[in-house]
Design a protein around this ligand. Structure first.
Ligand code: SF4
Ligand code: SF4
Length: 445
């Protein structure tokens, strides 16, 4: 058997409708097979806490091999994986078409879905229902109350012990006005299609932007308006499904897909580029849903029309259709590329655009921050999420020249919040700002 592979990785669809997928004994066999390969390889030891957990279990077992690890302990490894996909996309030489066919994230997902079927904590069901939580918190008095409770140490202590939401995790506040009910309507610019980009945009707002940081959505539409790109906000949307996917709730993902995909496919077929400002949501439509529904033409149409905002803007510039009338220098930016942007395989588009801004110096940090969507919020994983993030916090506290940055930024607003929290008093004057906010600022609009 040859070592490693020089061929481009191919990803097999997720075989989640096959009854064997949910068979615990079959899943354990596959876990054992892949754990055996990983034990002999160990390349991924520094990526997250799933691999060190596995290797410690092996090293402390009577045989010092995977066969010495109790099957019940396999779940300890599964719980440490937050499905960032980095091991598959950036490290593993044994992914298909290599005959060893290692897809570590997919076997983790399979195990998570079996665990989900056995029963899930109220906390996990709640945290993965971002839409339901957002709708509730969008009621004005409720939003104020939730925000107050989230900042109150007594209430957070109770949430920690009763719900399992870590008392020290800084939670995003709920906005008084949702993005979807407050965005500015597009002017009626003519549609100018480029060689690489459709000339009109449909914005999938995402739960996070809609309920927590509507400013990011306002920044995106202001940039589109400035560049005379007509846009709409999609007529109807629910959560993209990523929080349920990460929990292994694949039927829950499926229900959300049934609402989103027909609507988005209509925009795709009408020639819109679909933009979502949260990388996990973009990844859901670009990768995870197509792997769950490989034969569904609507899912494929949405995948092909879906862009990360900076991917779209950089391609727009390549088409000669992006304005470069930047008025305001931004100074020093410490910029973090989240895992869910890295695994989209579109290159470092945000970095490219930020670096092209006059009077702007960008230091890029490409390493997992350790938060993930809901993983780092949970009491049992909070400490590990801070541990994984520590090198990122340290690197982000310095700009390229070693001085403190003016801005701390990440495409993932949840990672940015986590990084800012982890930095503590280091570079305390640095302002947390999403790259879209920075770009809007540079345009002076
Ligand atoms: S998918 Fe991410 S979190 Fe899971 S094992 Fe791979 S690197 Fe670790
Ligand atoms: S996922 Fe691949 S690269 Fe990582 S430890 Fe396992 S076999 Fe090695």
């Amino acid at each position: 058997m040859r070592e490693g592979s020089l061929e481009a990785p191919t990803r097999h669809p997720l075989d989640w409708k096959n009854p064997e997928f949910g068979d615990p004994a079959k899943a354990e066999q596959e876990l054992e097979r892949i754990f055996g390969i990983c034990h002999g390889c160990r390349r991924c030891v520094s990526l997250c806490t799933a691999f060190p957990t596995l290797f410690d279990l092996v090293d402390e077992s009577p045989t010092m091999e995977v066969d010495g690890v109790k099957k019940d302990d396999y779940w300890k490894v599964v719980d440490q994986c937050y499905l960032c996909d980095l091991c598959y996309m950036t490290k593993c030489p044994y992914v298909p078409p290599h005959p060893w066919n290692v897809d570590f994230p997919h076997v983790m997902l399979r195990a998570k879905s079996i665990k989900f079927e056995k029963g899930t904590k109220l906390r996990d069901r709640m945290l993965s229902s971002t839409d339901a939580l957002g709708k509730l918190a969008a009621i004005p008095v409720v939003a104020q109350t939730v925000n107050f409770v989230n900042r109150n140490s007594l209430a957070r202590g109770a949430m920690h012990s009763v719900l399992g939401v870590h008392k020290d995790r800084e939670l995003p506040p709920y906005a008084a006005k949702k993005f979807r009910s407050s965005f500015k309507t597009s002017s009626s610019f003519p549609v100018r299609d480029g060689k690489n980009t459709p000339g009109k945009v449909a914005v999938f707002s995402t739960c996070y932007v809609n309920y927590n940081e509507p400013g990011m959505g306002h920044d995106l539409v202001a940039i589109l308006e400035h560049n005379e790109i007509p846009y709409v906000v999609v007529e109807r949307e629910v959560c993209c499904g990523m929080p349920k996917f990460e929990l292994g709730d694949l039927d829950g993902v499926s229900k959300l897909k049934e609402t989103n995909v027909p609507v988005l496919a209509r925009y795709a077929r009408e020639g819109y580029a679909i933009l979502a400002a949260v990388p996990s949501c973009t990844l859901m439509f670009k990768q995870e849903l197509p792997l769950m529904y490989p034969d569904d033409p609507d899912t494929a149409a949405v995948r092909d029309a879906m862009f990360d905002p900076f991917e779209y803007l950089v391609l727009r510039r390549k088409d000669g259709l992006l304005k470069t009338d930047f008025k305001q220098p931004l100074g020093k930016i410490a910029y973090h590329i989240p895992c869910h942007s890295r695994v989209q395989n579109v290159g470092q588009k945000t970095r490219e655009l930020l670096e092209s801004l006059p009077g702007t110096e960008v230091k890029t940090v490409e390493r997992c921050s350790g938060h993930d969507g809901t993983w780092g919020v949970k009491s049992e994983y909070f400490d590990n999420s801070m541990k994984i993030g520590r090198p990122v916090f340290r690197q982000m506290a310095e700009a390229a020249d070693g001085a403190a940055p003016d801005y701390v930024s990440s495409d993932c607003p949840i990672a940015a919040r986590h990084i800012r929290q982890g930095m503590g008093d280091e570079a305390k004057d640095a302002v947390k700002a999403h790259p879209l906010t920075l770009l809007r600022k540079a345009y002076g609009i």
